[in-house]
Write a protein that binds this ligand. Structure first.
Ligand code: SF4
Length: 438
């Protein structure tokens, strides 16, 4: 084993999975920094004494990626390239005892709500006065903003409640405090996230409070864009649409995972809504908030999904013309309700069906993008890549949606700034344009 000089006080945090994990890692990093550790996020220097891996345990691919990452650092530890390896997050919450026996090189495993114990293991204190503080891992002009943890929904395929527990809303005062801290650091865009955003407040205030929260967040100086992710269709709080309509700070954008387009499958999934009611809801949202960009997520190959069920979903996607869409192949997850049924759709068919929907969506996205040519869009610039400045309009969330590309040659924009861009051309997922002359 070669000996390598590792920085004793240095901790490298590695985040896998969704934006909620990103949020949790950022909270953890702020605590570590306040305890005088030298904290990095996904550093490639490989000179940190300690590595903390924040894992994902959602579905097969994500679980495999987490296991591969743990094994990679366990090997690095054997080679003397890392001193200590700690694992936290959803995979650890869900499979702690299996992981402890299968990967003994890991120094300790922690659950999704065990930050204080993790800090104690590092001989650090959990600093309550830091509540709301984060060390951002995103570009400094936008931040994920978790408004609640856990989920009370009974969706048959989903293991998230097993890993994240029951729904717990964060009090509005605390969220406003967090938003002000972020704005003071230069954050202009907040991506509101939760397992089920629209459930916000039902536990704490015994009523849906997302609309109220949004109205108050709109008053936070410095925040210019507020984006809604992970809305749930059944029991959708319509007052949110009024707030969206009346507040230009709230992006004309809504992410609402709908999971399937066949009422038979939606019932089997225990989603509490039919396809017909879903279509009514979408039509109502589009009426109430004209020009809104709708993002959704679907699952292909759920147990019992026949060719006819799939065709019903395909036709529904064709009719619904979502602005943004992602699809997963069904993953047979232990301890979920769906695990009681036979996983009878072959993997090959699941993949074929997912690909068919994505091909269809790619065509829809291309058509919708053509309609943006000649329009002027307010764009927030995120990065420089090759010959382009790359940004997003209010219709696009980072990492998952379309982008707006501005040639570097002859132009200058500061990353983190807004510019009005006149759209000149478009392809399936990107728009190209010029700065509007002031
Ligand atoms: S709403 Fe359904 S799919 Fe989403 S986290 Fe909750 S149980 Fe899972």
């Amino acid at each position: 084993m070669k000996t390598k000089t590792l920085k004793k006080n240095k901790i490298n945090v590695v985040t896998l999975g969704c934006s909620k994990n990103t949020f949790d890692s950022e909270v953890m990093m702020a605590q570590l920094k306040a305890n005088k550790f030298d904290v990095t996020h996904e550093s490639t220097e490989d000179d940190a004494e300690v590595v903390i891996i924040n894992t994902c345990g959602f579905i097969d691919n994500a679980k495999q990626e987490s296991i591969d990452t743990i094994i990679r650092y366990a090997e690095a530890k054997k080679d003397g390239d890392v001193g200590k390896v700690y694992v936290t997050g959803c995979l650890s919450e869900r499979y702690k005892s299996d992981l402890e026996s299968e990967i003994p090189e890991v120094d300790a495993f922690f659950g999704t709500r065990e930050l204080p114990r993790l800090l104690k293991t590092l001989k650090a204190d959990y600093k309550h006065e830091l509540v709301g503080e984060r060390l951002l891992s995103t570009p400094s002009h936008y931040a994920y903003f978790k408004i609640a943890e856990g989920c009370d929904r009974p969706c048959s395929f989903c293991a998230i409640p097993l890993m994240r527990g029951k729904h717990v809303s964060t009090p509005i005062e605390e969220l406003l405090h967090q938003a002000k801290l972020l704005a003071a650091k230069g954050v202009k865009e907040l991506m509101l996230i939760a397992q089920d955003l629209t459930y916000y407040g039902l536990d704490l205030y015994k009523k849906r409070a997302l609309a109220n929260l949004l109205e108050q967040l709109c008053l936070v100086e410095g925040i210019e864009w507020i984006r809604l992710h992970y809305a749930f269709p059944s029991g959708f709080p319509m007052d949110v649409l009024n707030v969206m309509k009346n507040n230009p700070k709230i992006c004309n954008y809504l992410d609402m995972p709908l999971q399937h387009g066949s009422t038979k499958i939606l019932k089997a999934m225990r989603r509490g809504i039919t396809r017909e009611k879903t279509e009514e809801l979408i039509a109502h949202i589009r009426d109430e908030v004209p020009g809104i960009a709708l993002r959704t997520t679907l699952i292909a190959g759920y147990p019992g999904e026949t060719e006819a069920d799939f065709q019903e979903m395909y036709d529904w996607v064709e009719r619904s013309r979502f602005d943004r869409l992602g699809i997963f192949s069904y993953s047979h997850e232990e301890n979920t309700h769906a695990f009681n049924f036979e996983d009878d759709v072959p993997q090959k068919i699941k993949k074929e069906r997912s690909d068919l929907i994505m091909d269809l969506q790619s065509g829809i996205s291309h058509e919708l993008n053509q309609k943006k040519i000649g329009k002027t869009l307010k764009v927030l610039f995120d990065r420089v890549e090759g010959a382009y400045f790359i940004g997003r309009s209010e219709f696009d969330s980072p990492d998952v949606d379309n982008e707006v590309l501005l040639k570097k040659e002859g132009n200058y924009v500061r990353i983190g700034d807004f510019e009005n861009i006149h759209i000149k051309s478009a392809d399936h997922f990107d728009l190209y344009g010029d700065i509007c002359s002031k």
